[in-house]
Design a protein around this ligand. Structure first.
Ligand code: 26V
Length: 816
């Protein structure tokens, strides 16, 4: 076991401050201290990292390559300290040096190379892979600008670029020795070689150099460190003006530009495909580099490329890296000269695909002209995959054109990436049981019929190391005091807390901790929002990306409804509530941005209205991200998981709240179904249409929200306030777009496509049950504690074990 050595750690901090900044401890800024501390910690990490890779080589292990456009890592320092089990030593040293660890953690920029659920899942998976001792690489892009920073100005979202590398990132290491060339454009020339084989040569292309940066992923207390490898682009030619003729000069400039632009920025879309050429360039760029490197690494140790599937698995995180299958085919065909059949068999045994959404807007469908112009050789390969696949369909369903219409990879001028991913992979999985069932029985029904053995479910999970041990130290210590520390690496163990669910003293301790965390959040809100909130009120929190299907609108309409009630009857029985929102909207998603403005406008009025005696507060947390997320999960009484049933593939925020003892108010959607199964219907507040009901309405053209509007005065009053200037007297029309979307269909959409009005009354009833339940303090405490106790299933450790068992077949490396 390689451990952090106290004496060396302390000396290193002092040494690095001098070396980097010519400063002594008492002169250094917190930012400089952060760097010195991070580098000192890295010393130990590096030792473990090298030892891990030595073991991997000796054992000739099979490795999973998790290909993902996004890794939403969050800050590393605190997490690394925890996973190194070095907290005690670090705190002692920092104490001696008069440094506060929490202040230093605040200095780290939050690496936000992801949008939301899909990116954060990738980060949780890496944590679990290292902790469980499975050989893995995360492969992604080193975006210069990550997810934008959100500012709220006058109630509106304003996007500010997130230049996360400004101060340098101490945990990364540049690895120029593993650079790869990636080619775009040009054309393909076919020649016949001496053996009479057809060879394909890409000519007149532009290329960039993909240069990897490695970030260590430290396992929990097990000496194992895996790698997150993110690729940066550099220009391939160095200018040598004299030797360039005019054409070369032009090309060199273009290549420089291409290199500069490729990794510039993460697309801040979540669940919305926009068909941008640069996005396809990003996809091929990191995929090509990752696959090339994986194959060369394999060939350094092995002599037969045909056994690649024994040592390598590529997991495609959604369709974004699907060109991987075609890129692997290209390498096998063009560089290793395998036959099509041989190459296809290897590819098909090496690639596996995870679907993360059924939202049709998110489906990637590239125009063929764009795709073939940018990736001419890859396109030829996709064409051949498609040709053979269509032959298979015809063989199986003779004369059935509709099967081809639905399943072909190339159709009506488009490359359908999900279809390619399914055809090229040996495994296709959804991310929660309900989601996988919907894939099998609705969205991907035809593929399921053709390849039933490929389909499987992997219900998502989260890492308890970040979301309890790091994010909620008070509760983590309490849990450990009660049941020992097994839960840190074996979350089902936390079920042992059930034994305390009838014990009044334990329940009081549990709720005291919640109260402390509420105070911590209230302080944050006071500092950031200048709002005083009542720490005895019910903290009802909805934090996630802003999307109509997630229905933040239902939540705020309900707040407006409650406010109307209170105004009419200020003396009604009403337990004080604080409604907290946090959400980023994609920059171009106008309706989502309107909803943010609505939440803030409602908050501005209600928070200032003294006539309701501070009984309702509405808070919008600016720039919701991993780091402030940890504060929010820890402080929640109620977790809002209210998506339209069938739309949320899984949800993982729901699990983070549950782990921290919040009670879910939610629909039977995504992983909520499984959460309720674990915790019991009596320990959640469930409402709304079922996914079958939603799907049925959708098949029959929707429903008529006008009936509800005209017959339910409470709802009508709230909706009218969207257009009568009640919240924005100076601009009464501001929310007309929202009002219209709930009541009228337009060319593209049905009226109220997310069933907000349809579910309003059952939601309101569920909220009433929340308020009533909260009055019985002991019952509430029991429910909250049971949520923590019953969340064992939702560790990403369990999810990863299932991936390993069913898909990756990796060997576990035992700690040394
Ligand atoms: C999709 C697209 C579409 C093309 C343009 C850019 C872009 C960027 C990201 C995405 C990902 C959307 C899918 C996604 O994030 N799904 C979420 O995945 C979580 C992890 O499985 C799951 O818990 C959430 O329910 C699901 O919405």
């Amino acid at each position: 076991m390689i451990e952090l050595n106290k004496k060396e750690f302390k000396e290193n901090i002092i040494e690095y401050l001098k070396l980097f900044y010519r400063k002594n401890i008492d002169e250094a800024t917190n930012q400089q201290l952060f760097h010195a501390i991070a580098y000192s910690l890295k010393n130990t990490i590096i030792e473990q990292w090298m030892a891990t890779h030595k073991t991997y080589e000796e054992k000739d292990v099979k490795t999973v390559y998790y290909l993902s456009m996004e890794f939403l890592m969050g800050r590393a320092l605190g997490n690394n300290i925890i996973n190194l089990k070095a907290e005690k030593v670090v705190r002692e040293v920092l104490d001696e040096l008069g440094i506060d660890l929490e202040d230093i953690e605040e200095e780290e920029t939050d690496p936000a190379l992801g949008n939301g659920g899909l990116g954060r899942l990738a980060a949780c998976f890496l944590d679990s892979l290292s902790t469980l001792g499975y050989p893995a690489y995360g492969c992604g892009i080193r975006y210069k600008y990550g997810m934008f920073k959100q500012k709220i100005i006058d109630g509106y979202q304003v996007e500010v670029p997130d230049y996360w590398l400004e101060e340098g990132y101490p945990f990364e290491i540049k690895r120029p020795e593993y650079a790869k060339e990636v080619k775009f454009g040009g054309y393909v020339r076919m020649i016949r070689d001496e053996q009479g084989r057809d060879r394909f040569i890409q000519e007149n292309y532009q290329s960039v150099k993909a240069v990897p940066y490695d970030i260590p992923i430290v396992g929990y207390g097990n000496n194992i460190v895996n790698t997150l490898r993110i690729w940066d682009a550099e220009a391939i030619n160095t200018f040598n003006l004299e030797s360039f003729d005019k054409g070369d000069y032009q090309k060199a400039v273009e290549q420089e530009n291409l290199a500069r632009i490729i990794c510039e920025v993460l697309y801040p879309n979540d669940n919305h495909y926009a068909g941008k050429e640069l996005r396809l360039k990003q996809q091929y760029f990191f995929v090509s580099a990752s696959i090339q490197r994986a194959v060369s690494k394999y060939m350094e140790k092995h002599n037969n490329i045909k056994n690649l599937p024994e040592k390598v698995c590529f997991q495609l995180n959604d369709t974004h890296p699907t060109v991987a299958a075609a890129e692997l085919m290209r390498i096998l065909l063009d560089e290793y000269c395998l036959s099509w059949e041989e190459a296809w068999e290897i590819t098909n045994k090496t690639c596996a695909y995870t679907n993360h959404t059924i939202m049709s807007e998110a489906l990637e469908k590239w125009p063929i002209d764009l795709f073939s112009r940018l990736l001419p050789r890859i396109y030829q390969i996709v064409e051949e995959i498609n040709r053979r696949f269509v032959m298979d369909i015809k063989k199986r369903y003779p004369g059935n054109e509709s099967k081809i219409e639905k399943m072909a990879i190339l159709y009506q001028g488009q490359v359908r990436m999900a279809n390619l991913a399914i055809v090229a992979s040996f495994s296709v999985n959804g991310v929660a049981r309900l989601h996988t069932e919907i894939l099998k029985n609705q969205e991907l029904k035809d593929f399921y019929e053709m390849y039933p053995e490929r389909f499987n479910n992997k219900t998502n999970g989260i890492t308890q190391r970040r979301f309890l041990l790091h994010g909620n130290p008070l509760l983590a210590d309490w849990v450990t005091k009660k049941i020992g520390d097994q839960w840190i690496v074996n979350l089902p163990h936390i079920d042992k807390l059930t034994a305390f669910s009838e014990d009044p003293i334990s329940l009081r301790e549990f709720m005291d901790i919640k109260y402390h965390n509420k105070k911590r959040l209230a302080k944050y809100i006071k500092e950031h929002n200048q709002i005083d909130i009542d720490t005895n009120s019910i903290f009802d929190i909805q934090v996630k990306r802003l999307h109509e299907y997630k229905r933040q609108l239902l939540n705020i309409l309900h707040v407006m409804y409650l406010y109307n009630q209170l105004k009419k009857n200020p003396n009604m029985e009403f337990y004080p509530r604080t409604f907290i929102f946090g959400a980023k909207a994609s920059a171009g998603y106008e309706r989502a941005k309107s909803i943010i403005k609505l939440i803030n406008s409602v908050g501005a009025v209600i928070n200032e209205d003294t006539s309701i005696g501070n009984k309702i507060k509405v808070v919008f947390i600016e720039n919701y991200r991993v780091s402030n997320g940890e504060l929010l999960f820890a402080a929640a009484d109620v977790s809002e998981q209210i998506s339209t049933a069938s739309k949320e593939a899984s949800g993982t925020g729901n699990m983070k709240f549950m782990l921290n003892g919040a009670i879910t108010i939610g629909t039977m959607d995504g992983a909520n179904v499984e959460i309720v199964e674990e915790v019991g219907l009596e320990n959640a507040f469930i409402f709304g249409l079922s996914s079958d009901e939603v799907i049925n309405y959708e098949k029959n053209g929707g429903y008529n929200p006008q009936d509800i509007y005209h017959n339910d005065l409470g709802i009508k009053e709230v909706l009218d306030q969207l257009i009568n200037g009640f919240y924005t007297p100076e601009k009464p029309n501001l929310f007309k777009n929202i009002y219209d979307s709930l009541l009228y269909s337009n060319g593209y959409e049905k009226a109220d496509p997310y069933f907000i009005l349809k579910d309003f009354r059952t939601y309101e009833a569920a909220q009433k049950r929340v308020a009533e339940a909260y009055l019985d303090k002991e019952r509430w405490a029991k429910s909250a504690l049971l949520n923590t106790a019953k969340c064992g299933k939702f560790s990403s450790d369990r999810t990863i074990e299932e991936y390993v068992q069913d898909i990756w077949h990796l060997e576990k490396i035992e700690p040394k």
